[in-house]
Structure formats: structure tokens, C-alpha cells
Design a protein around this ligand. Structure first.
Ligand code: ADP
Ligand code: MG
Length: 477
């Protein structure tokens, strides 16, 4: 179905009397945004990006724009076997990846990180990771091989080299002593050394999931220049020209570019997005574990989207516009209206609302009828159409880069499972970018695994080139 057809489907009158239309519109008004507001967000973001990239303003900048030290995207010549580690969500994975031109094959295994290790010492955590690598290598008979390793570590880090990343703060339930403020690759190598039986394993690169998304898409599409995460959280990285990176402390050799990890979730922490925040956003922030922090992330990401929808629905209910004014324990519980409900309702068949009714039943709403289905659908639809705050972010990056053609590699369940996210983003971004630019949005497949292997592959190719160059210089001398 084309977006046009989907729109037509939605254009059907969704209300039947006697709903008080004026009151509904009034309650949902904050969710209905204009292009003009998106453009204002773009302007403020542009300014914030510049602040992150400049040493005088970096310390106080919301959007930190950390250089990643990843300078090149894959050129398709990457070949061989690589190990990858993926830590940063609920699971820890070890992967063996074979790259052969466009062909990528991988085997992986998930290892549990027990709660006592998530909250234990850093040494315990990295000893556990080293144990898992050892077991994986035994299972795949890899002990006599020298394999470059790439590490996707998706926690906020200040990177000081391709293979050096200082953890700034633990998030997502981890809290291991002695890791914050330290280089996580150093800690991994120490743990490998303590074991003494994995001398051939060396981590060449550490990246986060945005870089993974960009690299994995760039492998098949050389135009890929942005990596975007729309999952539990949100973040984006993009390719920046070195002269624009005033905080850059590395070399100025070719290619004169570097991937920038924006850490844009913190956009708005200084109040610069207050002009656009709704009561719903403020309530989310107030009741979060980190009030005043990650404001942009709270407007966008999967962790909060369901809750924003719940707050809007609850407000309609309290005004007796839904469910005959009768709520339920679940509907009034924070976090209980899951983000997946938003995409499920949006994708529902408006002729029978089967899924929507099922969700109402799950929420134990005693009184619901066709009218309630229509109004909830309408609410979710307005919200989805107008609160795509990643849109001005991406448009801003595309304009800043000014590439005639650019691809955005996207990873995360929000983008993956929502029925119209892709189409809506395409439509809205097109309206906001400069007229001479074009772009694509591409789903990243297992960016965290494949991306880490590709970065390790590029690093190992460059290392070999460097060694060959040094050798020929020595021979000349
Ligand atoms: P992570 O970001 O932790 O790596 P994901 O990319 O899988 O993991 O994103 C998880 C988030 O996606 C959850 O917070 C949830 O809100 C959201 N999500 C999960 N399933 C769906 C779905 N079917 N539709 C929309 N969002 C979803
Ligand atoms: Mg993820």
C-alpha cells in the first residue's frame, strides 16, 4: 500500500457524534506540530552541534559530538574472519563474522550477564567477558587463529582513539565499580592477559551502535553517511569533515573526515527545547530516573513513546471522552501502555479494530466501543504524524553535510516494527532538507555485530598498509 493509499484510508471520518470535537482538539493540540516548529528545532540543533564540535563550548554543550576515530567506511574489499563483541542492551553476544566482498556470514552466541556481575566489580565483568570469548573460541575451534576483534560497547564513552574509549557513565542497569573514567579496551585486554590463554585476541576498535548501523549499511551502500538508532534510546552519528571538528586531536591524513558520535539524546538538557515540550513531555521527565537529562531522547525513543500516548489517552478519558470516563488500574499505571501498542494500533484495520480492542482488553478497560477505538486510533495517528522528532535531527545533519546523495542507516525496534515510520520519515525529511539534496533510509541488519567486524576489518587493513609502508621505507633506507 502506498503512503497515499494509507492516508486515504485514514482520511475517512474517524469520529461519530456526539464526541465534543472542540474538546478533543484542544487536548490533542500539543501533539499537532507544524513544519515551522520542526524548522526551529533544526536551527537550534545546528547551533548545538557546532558547540559540541568546538573546544571552547564543548564542555557545556548538550550535544557532545564525540569524534569516534573511525575515518573510513568499508570499501567492499574487507575479507576474512573477525570476532565481534556486542555489549549494551540486555544481552552480551560474541560473534564470528566472515567477510567476503558483499557476502557476510556470521555465527553468534548470547551469553547471560548475571545481575551480580552487572553490579559487581569491573574486573569481574571483564573476566566474565573474557571467559565467554574463551568458551566461544573453544566451541568454534579458533584457538590457534589470530583474529582481529571489534567491540560494540553502547554506553556513553569519550573516545580517545579507535581502540580507546573512556566510559563516562554506566546506564541501562549496569553499575560495575572501577570502570567509569577508565578505558574499556584496556580493561578487556587486562582480563585477557590475566587468563593467559588467549594471546591471539586483540581488540582493534571500539564503537557504539550508531557507528555499527552506519558501517553495516555502508558495506552495501557507499553513500551511507548517517547512523541512527531508534530503539530503547536514540542517538545518531554522521560523517564530518575534519576542518569542522575543532576538537579533533588526531592526524590530518586522508581521508580528511571522521565519524562523529553526536550523543544527541541530551539535546534540550539546557532548556533550549522548552518551547516545544508538551505537558506530556514534562510529566515523563519529572517521573523519570534522570529528570532534566536526555530531553530529546524522551521526546523520541521507544522507552517513552508508549507513555506519552498513555498520558494523552488518560487525559481524554478523564474528560469523559473515552470509555465512558471509566479507566482501569493498567491504564493509570506509568509505563503500562507499551510502545508496541502505538505501532499495533497504527497498523490496525479500521474496519474492525481487532487489535485495538484486544489491547483495550489487555488493559482491562471494562467499557469500550467502536467510538473509543476510533478516537484512540485518531490520537495515536496525530501523535505519530506530528511527533517524529528524529526528523528535524536527521534533516539538520543532511543539510549540514550537504551531500547530494546520502543514505541513513537505521537500527532499532521502533523503526523496524512501526508500520509507517519509514514512510512518514521519508515524507517529512524531504520537506525539510535543501532542495538539491536527496536521501534514503535503510534498515540496518545486525549493525552491532556486523558493524564491529567491519570497523575491525578496516582497522586491520589500514594497519597492514601502514606496516607495508614502513617496511618499504626501511628497505629504501
Ligand atoms: P535496544 O535499543 O535496547 O537495543 P531495540 O532496538 O529492540 O533494543 O528497541 C527496544 C525498544 O523498542 C523498546 O523500548 C520498545 O519500546 C520498542 N519496541 C519494541 N517492540 C516494538 C514494536 N513492535 N513497535 C514499536 N516499538 C517497539
Ligand atoms: Mg540496539
Amino acid at each position: 500500500m502506498s503512503l497515499e493509499e494509507k492516508r486515504c484510508r485514514k482520511a475517512k471520518p474517524v469520529f461519530i457524534e456526539p464526541v465534543d470535537q472542540a474538546m478533543v482538539e484542544n487536548i490533542l493540540k500539543p501533539l499537532d506540530l507544524t513544519d515551522e516548529r520542526y524548522r526551529k528545532v533544526m536551527d537550534v540543533m545546528r547551533q548545538n552541534l557546532e558547540e559540541g564540535l568546538h573546544p571552547d563550548t564543548h564542555a557545556d554543550a548538550n550535544i557532545k559530538c564525540f569524534p569516534t576515530y573511525v575515518r573510513s567506511v568499508p570499501d567492499g574489499t574487507e575479507n576474512g574472519d573477525f570476532l565481534a563483541l556486542d555489549l549494551g542492551g540486555t544481552n552480551f553476544r560474541v560473534l564470528l563474522i566472515n567477510l567476503n566482498g558483499q557476502e557476510v556470514t556470521m555465527e553468534s552466541k548470547i551469553y547471560i550477564i548475571p545481575q551480580h556481575i552487572m553490579l559487581g566489580s569491573g574486573d569481574q565483568l571483564f573476566d566474565h567477558i573474557a571467559d565467554c570469548i574463551f568458551k566461544f573460541m573453544c566451541d568454534h575451534d579458533l584457538h590457534d587463529r589470530t583474529l582481529p576483534l571489534g567491540f560494540t560497547f553502547s554506553f556513553p564513552c569519550r573516545q580517545v582513539g579507535l581502540d580507546k574509549a573512556i566510559l563516562t557513565t554506566w546506564t541501562k542497569g549496569f553499575k560495575c565499580d572501577g570502570v567509569e573514567g577508565h578505558d574499556i579496551v584496556g580493561l578487556l585486554h587486562q582480563a585477557i592477559q590475566r587468563r593467559g590463554d588467549m594471546k591471539n585476541v586483540r581488540c582493534l576498535a571500539v564503537i557504539n551502535d550508531t557507528v555499527g548501523a552506519l558501517m553495516s549499511c555502508a558495506h552495501s551502500d557507499r553513500n551511507c553517511a548517517i547512523g541512527l538508532i531508534l530503539g530503547t534510546g536514540t542517538n545518531a552519528c554522521y560523517i564530518e569533515d575534519l576542518p569542522n571538528v575543532k576538537t579533533w586531536d588526531g592526524d590530518y591524513n586522508e581521508p580528511k573526515q571522521v565519524l562523529i558520535n553526536s550523543e544527541w539524546g541530551a539535546f534540550g538538557n539546557d532548556g533550549c527545547l522548552d518551547f516545544i515540550l508538551t505537558d506530556f513531555d514534562r510529566s515523563i521527565d519529572k517521573h523519570s530516573i534522570n529528570p532534566g537529562k536526555q530531553i530529546y531522547e524522551k521526546m523520541i525513543s521507544g522507552m517513552y513513546m508508549g507513555e506519552i500516548a498513555r498520558l494523552a489517552i488518560e487525559r481524554l478519558r478523564k474528560h469523559n471522552l473515552l470509555f465512558e470516563g471509566e479507566g482501569s488500574y493498567h491504564l493509570s499505571t506509568r509505563g503500562r501502555f507499551y510502545t508496541k501498542y502505538v505501532s499495533e494500533i497504527e497498523g490496525d484495520d479500521v474496519d474492525n479494530f481487532t487489535v485495538t480492542k484486544q489491547i483495550f482488553d489487555e488493559l482491562e478497560l471494562a467499557c469500550h466501543n467502536e467510538q473509543d477505538c476510533r478516537l484512540v486510533f485518531f490520537t495515536i495517528d496525530i501523535y505519530n504524524n506530528n511527533c517524529l522528532f528524529s526528523v528535524p535531527g536527521i534533516a539538520c545533519l543532511l543539510n549540514k553535510m550537504g551531500r547530494k546523495e546520502a543514505t541513513v542507516g537505521v537500527d532499532g525496534s521502533l523503526y523496524r516494527f512501526h508500520p509507517f515510520f519509514h514512510d512518514l520519515m521519508m515524507e517529512k525529511i524531504s520537506q525539510l532538507i535543501k532542495p538539491n539534496l536527496s536521501f534514503k533510509l535503510m534498515l540496518s541488519h545486525d549493525g552491532s555485530g556486523k558493524g564491529a567486524a567491519l570497523v575491525a576489518a578496516v582497522a586491520s587493513r589500514l594497519q597492514k598498509q601502514e606496516e607495508a609502508k614502513n617496511q618499504s621505507t626501511e628497505e629504501l633506507n
